[in-house]
Design a protein around this ligand. Sequence first.
Ligand code: ADP
Ligand code: MG
Length: 241
Amino acid sequence: EEVADLRLELDGIKVKPSDAPRPVTKWAQMGLLQQTMDVFNQLNYTKPTSIQSQAIPIAESGLDMIGIAKTGSGKTLAFGIPIIRHILDQRALKGGDGPIVLILAPTRELSVQIVNELKPFLKASNLKIACAYGGAPISDQIATIKRGGLHVLCATPGRLIDLMQSNSGRVLSLKRITYVVLDEADRMFDMGFEPQVMKIMASTRPDRQTVLFSATFPKNMAALAKKVLNNPCEVIIGGRS
Ligand code: ADP
Ligand code: MG
């Protein structure tokens, strides 16, 4: 009940199932790394937005989730902050090379925005991110991937498939990917990227964590979500559209 009240207070957060990890209203309650807190202080981001207050505890606990909140509500950090601990936890376990986190976004502009927003947070933990999109030479992107040491790759679906097929699959492997983000999923769907998204997902580990974020959650997208997410928590801010 207390949790339900808190969610209501926070801009009408709706969550399924009701026993999902509870929302937190302060960064300090999230048990984040000091270097992450330092970046929040530098940027003067004094507290989490509604989607962040509910999505970060869910994603940090390793669960799949769907997060629906309008444009400008802070979805990038809602999926971006949990990436940090996810990678730091994985790194102790495995050697080898290749990204651990994959973020799919519908357009070049959006993938650049995501990278710019996440970079200071990742840099503070010595983690590397790069982006790959169409309309730019693939050779530069191949060179970046081949240089190695990349933890996060943010890509548009079409270019990612080109990269996966490049040099008979020797440039990019998704084998180490254990956290996948589908950002602006409604737009990816509208732009007809569903076949590419399904192909990419089939190339990642079945035991990956998958999170989907979108401004809207149209009915036809629910079918895609069902195929790629494993028993996801559903978080909706300010009504379903
Ligand atoms: P969305 O993906 O939901 O459209 P963004 O993640 O792009 O929204 O965030 C919108 C803006 O809000 C960005 O400029 C971002 O830097 C800023 N922002 C994100 N989280 C916070 C926060 N907790 N406090 C203040 N500003 C924030
Ligand atoms: Mg966004």
